[in-house]
Design a protein around this ligand. Structure first.
Ligand code: NAD
Length: 298
């Protein structure tokens, strides 16, 4: 019975909170853990599940562990090093780890090999759709993995969080796909931001520009939602941090270089977001990048 799989969930942040809430709602026995113990405790109280106070306690309570952490190096640290030996030293052989964070694909392949030596299977299953689709359980999930049985076992848990599950191939492919998607999305945001800055200087009204773009061929996800609802209104609160977007486009730009592909636009987008990150700081909403590009043009 799928719902009897005991699920551990690490990283109860902007995305992890609503994703874990959907796992609880689907009826899986759930234990959560976060570096911020208050967040885990509050979540457990609200959703009638358990909060682990250590990785050892989480490992003892889970057949399958989902990670929704900021970066790949943090996932690796939690798995292999934290608290002397990492979560891996507390999981039973045959356990499954599903990394749903947006991590570096090459690091994921290395972590998968290190966990396999301990009898643990790693699957990468990053997501797209942001906080609203995490809340309504309709995320797009990009699955990479080499162990078909483990993927099949994990699918009911993933279905609790996702609207569509996509199989992308072997371990790391999900993470490569996610970085490439976010590179395309970031490039769309960057192009629209530059067009608005240029248009305003020439005498166009940015709000009118976005309305026209959204009824024309230049429209993309960022012009339709983040720019329209968060930049033009001045709220800058999509729930996706600048540090995370800069990380994603760095993964994509670096990937092109590490596999020897000439992809200059991916490097330019990576470098522009690294500059915005340096100027604005990692915890700002990603949409504030436009303020940096406006400031350069003042
Ligand atoms: P977040 O910063 O809101 O949440 C991360 C959580 O991990 C926090 O609760 C933090 O306390 C916890 N954490 C950090 N280090 C830890 C550790 N060593 N041990 C245990 N817990 C630890 O980030 P988020 O926005 O939820 O993003 C999580 C991941 O999802 C990132 O990889 C991000 O790139 C990706 N992502 C985010 C969005 C979005 O819209 N926010 C969309 C798609 C993918």
């Amino acid at each position: 019975m799928a719902a009897s799989l005991r699920v551990g969930f690490i990283g109860i942040g902007n995305m992890g909170w609503p994703m874990a809430a959907n796992v609880a709602k689907a009826g899986f026995p759930l234990t959560v853990y976060d570096a911020n113990p208050d967040a885990a405790k509050r979540f457990a109280e609200e959703h009638g599940c358990d909060a682990a106070d250590s990785l050892a306690a989480l490992g003892a309570a889970a057949d399958i562990v989902v990670t929704m952490l900021p970066t790949g190096p943090i996932v690796r640290e939690v798995m292999l090093d934290a608290d002397g030996g990492g979560l891996a030293s507390h999981l039973a052989k045959g356990a499954i780890v599903v990394d749903m964070s947006s991590s570096e694909p090459i690091g994921t392949r290395e972590l998968g090999a290190a966990l396999a030596e301990k009898g643990i299977t790693l699957i990468d299953a990053p997501v797209s759709g942001g906080v609203p689709r995490a809340v309504d359980g309709s995320l797009a999930i990009m699955i990479g993995g080499d162990d078909e049985d483990a993927i099949e076992k994990a699918e009911p848990v993933l279905n609790a969080m996702g609207g569509r599950l996509f199989r992308t191939g072997g371990i790391g492919n999900g993470h490569a796909m996610k970085a490439l998607n976010n590179y395309v999305a970031a490039a769309g945001f960057t192009a629209a931001a530059e067009a608005m800055i240029m248009g305003r200087k020439f005498g166009l009204d940015p709000a009118t520009m976005i309305e026209i773009i959204n009824n024309s061929t230049g429209r993309n996800f960022n012009t339709e939602i983040p720019i329209k609802d968060h930049v033009l209104t001045g709220t800058f609160a999509t729930g996706f941090q600048l540090g995370l977007m800069a990380k994603d486009v760095k993964i994509a730009g670096d990937l092109g270089e590490s596999i020897d592909i000439e992809a200059p636009l991916s490097r330019l987008v990576r470098d522009m977001w690294a500059d915005a990150l340096g100027a604005m700081g990692p915890t700002e909403d990603f949409t504030v990048a436009i303020k940096r590009w406006e400031a350069i043009n003042k």
